[in-house]
Design a protein around this ligand. Structure first.
Ligand code: GRF
Length: 200
């Protein structure tokens, strides 16, 4: 597919979103907007500074179906083909993901960055769970999103070493630095049709 229009979804601080935006601007990739489910998310002020189109819709009392329908309307209006989740804290429903199913790739055109070496430590607290477990090596993963929690096919993974004197904070810092390196690499792969996932 030639049309690679994409959007970034983020709920919080937005450091990954900012790195992706800067990279997209530098390489002229078709980033159309950044969306947040939180109107006061840090990511939105980052986008203000970068001059990237952004908006938020809060769910409030809307049903999940109505909420996602609102988001989908905007995605369709802007002809978005790919979604990059960057610290987006809501689970996307199967029917939402189905709208982005690509029969040629046999994947949903929705990717996420997760702060652990999946399949270890899925869920909301990847760094904390890996650190508490006592891992000596951890890492970060970019994967396609499927119906499970952090279970989709893996596009990219890189590891880092935990040193004996690492605190949770320094452990997270190492991980986040790696995230900022690999998410742009994943963007490159997708924009340049270099997707490869390993299956059995
Ligand atoms: C990152 O650790 C990412 O892996 C996880 O949420 C965090 C978002 O950080 N999904 P930021 O908002 O990009 O700074």
């Amino acid at each position: 597919m030639n049309n690679k229009n994409f959007a970034i979804f983020a709920s919080g601080n937005g450091s990954n979103a900012e790195v992706l935006c800067r990279y997209a601007l530098k390489y002229n990739y078709p980033l159309k907007f950044v969306f947040s489910d939180k109107k006061d998310a840090g990511v939105l002020s980052r986008m203000d500074k970068l001059g990237v189109e952004h908006f938020s819709i809060e769910k409030n009392k809307m049903s999940k179906i109505d909420y996602e329908r609102h988001i989908l309307d905007t995605l369709k209006e802007k002809d978005i083909k790919w979604i990059f989740l960057a610290g987006y804290m809501k689970i996307l429903s199967s029917s939402f993901l189905n709208e982005f199913y690509d029969p040629n790739l046999k994947l949903n055109r929705v990717v996420n960055i997760h702060p652990s070496l999946l399949p270890s430590f899925p869920g909301k607290n990847g760094y904390g769970d890996a650190f508490d477990y006592g891992v000596k090596v951890s890492g970060v993963t970019v994967h396609f999103v499927d119906d499970g929690i952090d279970t989709g096919p893996i596009l990219l993974q890189e590891s880092f070493v935990r040193d004996s004197n690492d605190t949770l904070e320094s452990f997270k810092t190492k991980g986040l630095e790696l995230e900022h390196l690999i998410y742009p690499k994943a963007l490159d792969m997708i924009m340049n049709d270099q997707i490869e996932v390993y299956t059995r």
